[in-house]
Design a binder for this molecule. Structure first.
Ligand SMILES: *[C@@H]1O[C@H](CO)[C@@H](O)[C@H](O)[C@H]1NC(C)=O
Ligand SMILES: *[C@@H]1O[C@H](CO)[C@@H](O)[C@H](O)[C@H]1NC(C)=O
Length: 183
């Protein structure tokens, strides 16, 4: 039988306990990252509006807005490209045309999600190109997305007419400390 006060036994025991603690914490938060795509459905003058007219550059067109245009939106996020597919979230925010050729804007959005058994919101801040895929950093989150980091990729699917669809890919990563602060 091992001598309980033998220093090497104590050392082995502490190694064992340390390993147990690590294994437990890994087990508790095996949710380290999440990757999925949704579709943002926007209807001009219904879910998205120009609220301040721009001052320079090309006129308002299918893909351009004058420099300084302030656009505000509150769009549904659906599971599939079809606008009548299941709504699992909303994206609300604003974009301000910041390129003189009218093709790029600074976008700020709060994305609220209720899907995959998770509820909460993500905050997005970055630059969006009107005709190309844009990568925007996730700067934070709430509830089940508290402390989440990562990025989204927003790309136009259909820019014809007043109903506009964007594909939004989510790449979310939870830092190790996220599990220590549940709200
Ligand atoms: C949206 O409304 C504005 C202001 O009434 C109008 O000038 C514009 O043509 C409308 N856009 C579309 C695509 O209907
Ligand atoms: C979208 O879904 C609706 C309802 O399921 C269906 O009637 C319609 O044909 C679909 N549209 C396209 C473009 O697939």
């Amino acid at each position: 039988m091992a001598n309980l006060f033998n220093p090497s036994f104590v050392f082995l025991l502490s190694l064992f306990l340390a390993h147990q603690a690590t294994a437990t914490s890994h087990h508790h938060h095996d949710l380290k990252s999440l990757h999925f795509s949704l579709y943002q459905q926007e209807t001009i003058n219904k879910t998205g509006y120009i609220v301040v007219n721009g001052v320079a550059g090309p006129p308002v067109g299918q893909t351009t807005t004058p420099f300084g245009t302030v656009f505000v939106f509150r769009d549904h996020l659906t599971l599939r490209a079809n606008a009548s597919s299941k709504v699992v979230g909303i994206s609300e925010g604003t974009s301000i045309t910041s390129a003189l050729d009218g093709l790029q804007s600074i976008s700020v959005a709060k994305i609220t999600l209720k899907m995959k058994g998770m509820v909460g919101s993500l905050s997005i801040l970055g630059s969006v190109h009107n005709t190309r895929a844009s990568k925007l950093p996730v700067v934070g989150g709430t509830e089940d997305f508290m402390f989440v980091q990562g990025y989204i990729v927003s790309s136009p699917v259909d820019l014809q007419g007043i109903d506009v669809t964007y594909k939004v890919e989510f790449h979310l990563y939870w830092p190790p400390y996220a599990s220590f602060a549940k709200f």
